[in-house]
Design a protein around this ligand. Structure first.
Ligand SMILES: Nc1ncnc2c1ncn2[C@@H]1O[C@H](COP(=O)(O)OP(=O)(O)OP(=O)(O)O)[C@@H](O)[C@H]1O
Length: 276
């Protein structure tokens, strides 16, 4: 559960969402989820394909209505998208008809931020994601990893206090994915603990969740089946991933995903049997 000292940023109360498929079958994508995410928490959502992670994220984004239940962000019930919530999708979240810097500025322009100010903000975040040299480029001229950097710069430039990231790095190669995890964590942590945005991050990748999260929520068949705290200090290196806490959580996650029979007892891990 979130640190009780932190204020509640995202709150779901008995949230469900069903879909009727074209063949008439009703699918319960999200089934009675109640959860609290504290301000500044980095929460990863993990679970097998089809367990409802994206549906949950889209409801928090205000892009889908729940069939039942309430969702509140910063204490207010949501009724659609809001600028305090920024989203990055697995597929590109970049407008192909705008130059890189215009993409990053777009949300600020919509909010009426003066041109000079929004250009400064856009340049700051392009610099932070390592793309200052391509601010005048068109998206078609960039690699997949660079486009993700643009999307990350955009979502931070917009200044939302809640970031909703749906497998943003899923399609990237190993090296680029690791680089972007660092970029994301640096931006998230840049103002220190008090300034952190609240993040919901969907991933299929257990190691990505271990590298990033304060807390990992595990879903199965639309239900939340576990809530694991990760207290290991950041940055989490290859060696951190071998710490008993991390190995224990990894076993638990793999068991939830059906890749191991059951979580290894923590004593066995601490006794040096990790991975055996
Ligand atoms: N628009 C829709 N119409 C009908 N069924 C849908 C719709 N969107 C999602 N579903 C169904 O809801 C369930 C949950 O889907 P969702 O995309 O949320 O899962 P997920 O955990 O994000 O999956 P993945 O990891 O594969 O992206 C699935 O059975 C899916 O087929």
């Amino acid at each position: 559960m979130p640190n009780s000292a932190k204020s509640r940023m995202i709150e779901l109360v008995h949230v469900s969402r069903s879909f009727r498929r074209a063949d008439g079958q009703v699918v319960k994508a999200v089934d009675d989820i109640s959860l609290l995410v504290g301000e500044g928490e980095f929460v990863c959502l993990v679970g097998p394909s089809g367990c409802g992670k994206s549906t949950l994220l889209q409801m928090v984004a205000g892009l889908l209505d729940p069939s039942h239940g309430q969702i509140a962000v910063a204490g207010k019930e949501i009724s659609g998208p809001g600028r305090e919530r920024g989203m990055v999708f697995q597929k590109d979240s970049v407008f192909p008809w705008m130059r890189v810097i215009d993409n990053v500025e777009y949300g600020l322009r919509c909010r009426g931020i003066p041109a000079a100010r929004r250009r400064d903000i856009a340049r700051l975040y392009l610099e932070r994601v390592g793309l200052a040299h391509v601010e005048r480029a068109w998206p078609r001229e960039l690699s997949g990893g660079m486009l993700k950097r643009v999307a990350i710069a955009t979502v931070f430039a917009n200044g939302g206090s809640v970031l909703l990231l749906d497998e943003p790095f899923g399609a990237l190669d190993y090296v680029t994915r690791h680089q972007l995890q660092s970029v994301l964590l640096d931006l998230w942590d840049e103002g220190g603990a008090a300034a952190r945005r609240t993040v919901l991050f969907v991933t299929h990748d257990v190691d990505e969740a271990l590298a990033l999260a304060d807390r990992i929520l595990v879903f199965h068949s639309g239900r939340q089946v576990d809530d694991l705290s990760v207290t290991t200090e950041r940055p989490r290196t290859t060696d951190s991933l071998l710490l008993p806490e991390m190995v224990g959580i990894k076993h638990a996650l793999l068991a939830h995903l059906g890749l191991e029979r059951r979580p290894a007892p923590m004593q066995a891990v601490a006794g040096g049997k990790a991975g055996s």
